[in-house]
Design a binder for this molecule. Structure first.
Ligand code: G1P
Length: 294
């Protein structure tokens, strides 16, 4: 088992139907929070955790993601000629030296589990790798995936980021059967179920979109039949994995914004705008005014 996690898989092939018409021709992961696309937040979080291989599982209409992380010589020249070298340097280093992007196409949208399994040829069965869902925007003093990697380095095992959700929200998540760990700590799961009804939910601890998984999950995924919603579910393969290897629920310190939903996206936009160095003050004023005018 390697003592580092070098690879992260970003399943970005989903259709984003909750954000139509905005996502008809552009990937939902390119929706910006002020000026930075969701996928870039996730990639930065991975880089901050020491990831060097960024594996993006894309689908049709997702070309903008590859373009975003690619060089753009015309734009670079233009910015430099206008005295904006800072921005040109920033753009040139979104994927810093020493890290690389790898793109895979998921031809059919057969589910999250299927998307992760597309990366099977790139992951060794005896290495752990990360999975990040860009819809879940994570915010913590220490980036969330880095918190998980810290915990993993002390004791290499699979880790699922969890947070407590309201009873009526359990049917939107993978829910673990586990006592609630303290913030910053983890506990082994006894089971996990995808989107249970509130009556059937084993807890209110929901898996959010950050995982560290044993490479053995790939073989489980290849043998996982379609589950909830007729899709190949990552949750079902994690359950299988947990029968053989330790899988822990990790209670991260920080906050998660569900940017796959309109209200979560607005929440993130508001929070990030009021602390944005360039527009924060004005944003506060405008938000107060908008509330007053209603
Ligand atoms: C997926 C997973 C689910 C997890 C959720 C986190 O669901 O299937 O287990 O709790 O991400 O955001 P989705 O949101 O794609 O329906």
């Amino acid at each position: 088992m390697t003592k580092r996690i070098r690879k992260a898989v970003f399943p970005v092939a989903g259709l984003g139907t909750r954000f139509l018409p905005a996502t008809k021709a552009q990937p939902k992961e390119m929706l910006p929070i002020i000026d930075k696309p969701l996928i870039q937040f996730a990639v930065e979080e991975a880089l901050a955790a020491g990831i060097t291989h960024l594996i993006l599982v894309i689908g049709r209409t997702k070309r903008a993601i590859a373009d975003h992380f690619d060089a753009n010589p015309e734009l670079d020249l233009l910015l430099r000629s206008k005295g904006r070298s800072d921005m040109a340097d920033y753009l040139a280093n979104i994927v810093p030296k020493g890290a690389c992007t790898i793109y895979l196409r998921q031809a059919e949208a057969l589910g999250l589990g299927h998307a992760v399994a597309c990366a099977a040829p790139l992951v060794d069965p005896d290495e752990h790798f990360a999975v990040l869902l860009a819809d879940d925007l994570m915010d913590g003093e220490r980036p969330i995936l880095a918190q998980m990697v810290d915990s993993w380095a002390d004791n290499p095992r699979s880790l699922l980021a969890v947070e407590e959700v309201a009873a009526d929200a359990v049917s939107s998540y993978g829910i673990v059967d586990c006592e609630a760990p303290e913030p910053g700590a983890s506990l082994p799961i006894r089971g996990i179920v995808e989107k249970p009804s509130p009556e059937d939910a084993p807890s209110r601890l929901a898996v959010v979109g950050r995982y560290i998984l044993d490479g053995a999950i790939m073989e489980k995924l290849q043998n996982t039949a379609p589950g909830r919603g007729g899709e190949i579910q990552l949750t079902d393969a994690i359950l299988q994995l947990s029968h053989e290897k330790q899988v822990d629920a990790f209670r991260f310190r920080g906050r998660r914004y569900d940017c796959g939903s309109k209200i979560g996206y607005i929440e993130a936009t508001l929070d990030f705008s009021v602390r944005h160095p360039e527009i924060g003050t004005e944003a506060r004023r405008l938000i107060a005014r908008a509330c007053k005018d209603q």
